[in-house]
Design a protein around this ligand. Structure first.
Ligand code: SF4
Length: 361
């Protein structure tokens, strides 16, 4: 274990990437970066991290921000529940910890959205504690080095025990980052560079030629195909947007009204929209069809221009809690998903349809 540890730290010292959250490490910056990095590539995260830290430089600033401001800063990064939980976590930090991110793994685990991976990352990287962590990269490196020949996930107890044994000793934060860095840049999924790897002398996968076999991971389910309808209503140059309820997919984000069309549902699109908007809707044709892939769903969205028959009667049922008309410029101040941007861009040229006055809730 000691030699593996030394080799990991030597690798990290020689090859670690310069990343913004590694400069002048703070617990808050580590927290933000670790949440952003979940399920998301480093290159994608870097510009979001810079912008987010400029806008919300402290937990206090984040706690004080509106939900729209936070989701606007997260727009396009995906997995928006992470942003809502980070926001909620900042409020707890201000309320219960005087605005300082707590130091212990146990206290960190009490924060919304902080599981044992994130708690381990903050405790080890920001506070130098011997706290382990396991993510997808760690699963890959440990399974190969120690030759674990069974189905694994980041929740696996044996992996957490190995990570705990490795992190004991000097520089626990660097050690944790070293394993993840090795997994991201050398011990990659499809092309591990064993000839350049400082762990190769002790690596079971290398010795047995099992790099392509380990880690054994659960087979992923094919994404579910989902048909959707989107409604574009434009009035005096502004677009109708609805805000999704906080819970669920895209919670808290603004989007043109969208409804899922279940298989066999033959109703007109106008009927489907009338159901969620609570007022008559008239649609005219198809502006475009947008395809969008999420982790578990493959969406095909039929985008239709249309107008509202009685905006005053709108009640926003189903997944929506509010509605408003917004200019295209205002979109940058609201949380809007990448899917919604695609839908809005695809229908950017729609004509204004039968404008009527009416106050929206
Ligand atoms: S020797 Fe190869 S398989 Fe083993 S840890 Fe290094 S890169 Fe991964």
């Amino acid at each position: 274990m000691g030699r593996v540890r030394d080799a990991l730290l030597a690798f990290y010292d020689a090859h670690k990437r310069e990343l913004p959250w590694r400069e002048g490490v703070s617990a808050y910056a580590t927290w933000v970066s670790e949440i952003m990095l979940q399920q998301t590539r480093v290159e994608t995260v870097v510009p979001y991290f810079h912008a987010f830290m400029r806008k919300f430089p402290t937990a206090l600033a984040l706690a004080d921000a509106s939900s729209d401001d936070v989701l606007a800063a997260w727009s396009g990064l995906g997995y928006y529940r992470r942003a809502r939980m980070l926001h909620a976590g900042a409020k707890v930090v201000v309320r219960d910890h005087g605005g300082e991110v707590p130091h212990t793994r146990e206290a960190l685990l009490e924060l919304p959205g902080v599981g044992r991976y994130t708690a381990g990352a903050i405790a080890s990287i920001a506070f130098g504690q011997e706290a382990p962590l396991v993510d997808g990269n760690v699963v890959r490196v440990l399974s190969r080095v120690f030759g674990i020949d069974r189905e694994l996930s980041p929740q696996d107890d044996e992996l957490w025990s190995l990570a705990q044994a490795l992190v004991r000793g000097p520089r626990p934060g660097d050690l944790n980052q070293a394993i993840m860095e090795l997994g991201a840049t050398v011990c990659t999924k499809d092309a591990p560079a064993c000839q350049d790897c400082g762990l190769s002398r002790w690596c079971e996968a290398r010795r047995l030629g099992k790099q392509a076999v380990w880690p054994r991971l659960p087979r992923k389910k094919a994404p579910r195909k989902v048909a959707m309808e989107a409604l574009l209503v434009e009035r005096r140059g502004e677009l109708l947007l609805c805000r999704r309820r906080e819970e669920g997919l895209f919670g808290g984000l603004w989007e043109p009204p969208m409804v899922e069309r279940s298989m066999g549902d033959r109703r007109d699109a106008s009927e489907l929209f009338a159901e969620v908007l609570g007022c008559p809707v008239e649609v005219s044709g198809v502006a475009s069809v947008v395809r969008h892939v999420l982790t578990h769903r493959e969406l095909t969205v039929t985008v239709r221009p249309g107008c509202l028959g009685a905006p005053d009667a709108m009640t926003c049922a189903g997944p929506y809690q509010a509605a408003r008309f917004a200019s295209r410029d205002a979109l940058s101040t609201l949380g809007v998903s990448r899917l919604s941007r695609k839908v809005l861009e695809s229908g950017a040229e729609i004509a204004e349809k039968k404008p009527r006055r009416g106050k929206l809730r």
